[in-house]
Design a protein around this ligand. Sequence first.
Ligand code: GLN
Length: 304
Amino acid sequence: MTYEKIFHDIYDDLKAVEDIGQVADYIPELANVNPDQFGVHLTTVDGQQFAFGDADERFSIQSIAKVPAFVMAYSWIKSEIWQRTDLEPAGTAFNSLVQLEHDRGIPRNPFINAGAIVVCDILVSVLASPKENMLSFIRRLSGNNSINYNPLVAHSEKKTGFRNYALVNLMKSFGNIKNDIDIVMDLYFNLCSIEMSCKELTQTFLFLANNGVVPYSGEQILSPSRTKRTNALMQTCGFYDEAGQFAFKVGLPGKSGVGGGIVAVLPEKYAIAVWSPRLNKKGNSYKGMLFLEEFTTKTKLSIF
Ligand code: GLN
């Protein structure tokens, strides 16, 4: 199948659709991105690659990085992770405080901000050098040693991250943050600042389409059962209060970030990433969602 031709056709169709989204400017550094960039990349589990547009341009992956962080914690501390975070869809915005008070500091899932902050706290407890260890883990997943944090983005978010500080303080008051808040948040903001291209994202996520095995190295990151569960979490929680829409319209487990990236996997087949910086009101890429909806419709391939 010529995926590149399909990419072209969908891109042409979407040109006619006005991009009503807005770039994320609550993190000042993210407002500097050229909003008209657009990239797509697909890598199959047997190594074929298909690219379109700005597929090699790096951007801030933001909340997409919550998945590798969770996977790292999940592979270390196994099922105790579920005493620190729940695994249900939140149905609220990614940075909402409302439910957290009611749930006594236990986040609804590891892919909302509160959940990812708890994951960072777990990693700070178990790793000798959390920032370095996290980065080398992500480099191992991607098979790419040049992937890095962007200190400007991390700093920009740290200075304006009042809501994230509110989340961590609330959880600390309930005893669900064990370490120093500043150390935990430094890891969280750096994690969100990681930059990758669409191509690098597909390579990083390919193990989730491959029963937990990184195809380039043969390394088993998660057991097939835990891989299935991670995909289930992406399906139910990867798009915050739009997870239902994404399942309904696209039908793939995936994860979005406020940098405008979305990555999704079709188990046994491929990982696909799309990048379009303007976001809809839920903080997900406006055209990225439309693109993936058309893609699974045209290819008739989804998990449903
Ligand atoms: N760094 C962002 C934040 O904490 C991540 C949010 C996202 O990508 N949805 O607000």
